[in-house]
Design a protein around this ligand. Structure first.
Ligand code: ZN
Length: 314
């Protein structure tokens, strides 16, 4: 029966010709991305061949995310799971095992040079103990690697390679989409390097609520102070805040930012005590929704650096 069925199918395929390719083209590869920034990268590279679902949506916080039963089902139906790695998605392994996912997992940050985050943070985590044990992995590494464009270029190649492996028929498209996108990334990075280096070093200092911009700071030589540390889970102590206020005054720092995913109260307090007006919220760990100013990775990088440059120039 099977043979007969397949030969029937075969003649149907041959007979329908063009029609059939149209049907196959609609057969998109289901891909899951752990958070919105990766979702956009997968979308840029996969184009029409993939359908991307993002687990932690726009303006969501992946540090403290709790996967839902829906996520388990979505993952079961997907062929590729793209994650950041570096301990960012502490909940990911549990999700993979709970859903008995057998598809491919790509760690987008593979091959980048990770930055360590400044000491102390682990102490904060131990003391607080008010979060899910799995929510954050203590890798000692800063997971926010996408804020350096050269790292994101690495992400793009890793994603293009992963897609090419599960869908070799469209390898050419994935590689050429990646090449075009990398060109845009390189162009933006080049102009940002010029703009930041035009500012005197003593002006390149900023405060952000959680330490998400270590890689951006490293790339463009900005000194960044973050009272909340590297994860949104930790809270700054009163003495941390007092220390930062002292430092702001001493070093005459004028750039103060909150992130789209962080509680703004701490920064409001610092702003009140120092008289510094905070800039518009930066997008750190999630894109904006479609109407917002940072609904793609490239827009996010343009928007954040525009705000930062304007604040540093004061
Ligand atoms: Zn973060």
């Amino acid at each position: 029966f099977f043979m007969r069925y397949s030969s029937l199918l075969m003649s149907a395929v041959l007979a329908s010709g063009l029609n059939c390719t149209a049907v196959l083209a609609q057969d998109k590869i289901p891909v899951i991305a752990s958070f919105s920034i990766l979702g956009d990268l997968v979308h840029q590279i996969g184009g029409e061949h993939v359908s991307v679902t993002t687990l932690v949506a726009a303006n969501g916080d992946a540090h403290v995310y709790q996967p839902t039963p829906q996520d388990t089902i979505r993952l079961t139906k997907s062929k590729l799971f793209v994650v950041n790695g570096l301990g960012f998605e502490g909940w990911m392994e549990r999700l993979v095992s709970a859903s008995h996912y057998k598809g491919k997992v790509i760690t987008a940050s593979t091959g980048i040079q990770p930055l360590a985050f400044a000491g102390e943070e682990d102490e904060h985590h131990e003391e607080k103990g008010n979060h899910d044990e799995d929510a954050h992995q203590h890798t000692g590494l800063d997971p926010h690697a996408w804020h350096s464009i050269p790292n994101t270029i690495r992400y793009v190649h890793n994603i293009a390679d992963g897609l090419s492996q599960i869908d070799p028929a469209h390898k050419g498209d994935y590689q050429s989409n990646a090449a075009n996108y990398v060109q845009q990334l390189e162009q933006l990075d080049k102009s940002l390097l010029q703009e930041f280096s035009a500012l005197p070093a003593e002006k390149r200092k900023m405060i952000t609520s959680h330490d998400a911009f270590g890689y951006l700071s490293h790339r463009y030589q900005i000194t960044t102070i973050a009272p909340q540390g590297v994860s949104t889970e930790s809270e700054a102590s009163a003495s941390d805040v007092a220390k930062i206020i002292k430092q702001i005054r001493k070093e005459q720092i004028k750039a103060l930012f909150v992130e789209n995913i962080s509680d703004p109260r701490l920064m409001q307090q610092i702003s009140k005590e120092t008289g510094i007006q905070p800039g518009k919220p930066l997008f750190s760990d999630a894109l904006s929704d479609e109407k917002g100013p940072a609904s793609t990775y490239l827009d996010m990088m343009r928007y954040n650096t525009e705000q930062i440059l304007a604040a540093l120039k004061q």
